[in-house]
Structure formats: C-alpha cells, structure tokens
Design a protein around this ligand. Sequence first.
Ligand code: ADP
Ligand code: MG
Length: 150
Amino acid sequence: MLTTDMSQTKDLGRKIAGLLKPGDVLALTGDLGAGKTTFTKGIAKGLGVDNPDYVNSPTFVLVKEYAGRANLYHFDFYRINNASEVEYLSPQEYYDKGGIVVIEWAEKFKELLPDEYLHVIINIKSEKEREFKFKGHGKRYLNLISRYLK
Ligand code: ADP
Ligand code: MG
C-alpha cells in the first residue's frame, strides 16, 4: 500500500483502527520520519480520541495513554538503549488491559513483543511517498491482513 502525503497516512491509520479490537498490538517499523507517529495519530482518530493531532511520541515517559472507543497505549522505543530500561515499565502489562497498544521502533526489542501482533513496516520511497507492508504474527492478524489489508 502506498500513501503520497501525510493525510493519506493518517487515513490509513484511521481505517485500520476500525478493524482493531481491544487487546490488539501493533508494532511499527520504519526510519525516522517514515510516518509512524502520523499513522498513530490516524489510529487515535479512528478510536475517537479527543484531539488526535496532539498524539505525539512519548519522549520523557515510555508510554502515553489516550481514552477512546478503546484506550490507546502509545509506546516509543526510540530512546531506549537496553531492554532493562523497558522491562521495569513492562509493556507486557499493557497487552491484556483491553486497549490498543501501538509501539514505535518495536523491532528494537522483539523479545518484549507478545506472541501475536500486527507488524506494520513503513518504507520511505520518496519525499512524500510511503510504502506500507503488513505482516501478521498469529492467526488473528494473518486473517485480518488477508481480508482487509491486501
Ligand atoms: P516517525 O514517527 O516515523 O519518525 P513522523 O510521523 O513523526 O515519523 O513524521 C513523518 C514526516 O514525514 C512528517 O514530517 C510528514 O510531514 C512527512 N511525510 C511526508 N510524506 C508523508 C506520508 N506519505 N506519510 C506520512 N508522513 C509523511
Ligand atoms: Mg515517531
């Protein structure tokens, strides 16, 4: 899937939010400026979070929480240097809280991801083009991709 500007990336996030259910986990991979945070704003919008454009990467805290149709738990591992820094905040505790968990730079600490999650890979194709690829880990996400994200 290709987006050609920021608003299309937000729309894609919003659309995917409509497919999600409580407890879902999304791992976002992509270089700085790929659009991970932009995509997360779209998810927030789709979940009915107030002022979704205020969603911003957690910088001084590991996780930010937003109330919506389901709560959004937004993690960013960018500034985390080793797993022990994350472990004491244990993202695992958020996996069964009944919200939607979105993790930027998730691939840095794969061992902290749950068994099943939706991997969203964003590639920068040009200044304004972003290619989205989806990889399902676990039956639920494989089904979701083959039904809606092909
Ligand atoms: P990340 O969280 O991956 O570092 P951000 O979402 O914070 O990335 O930033 C993405 C940047 O790329 C923004 O400055 C945005 O304006 C720009 N951009 C250009 N084209 C797109 C696109 N198609 N989708 C998303 N962002 C885009
Ligand atoms: Mg970001």
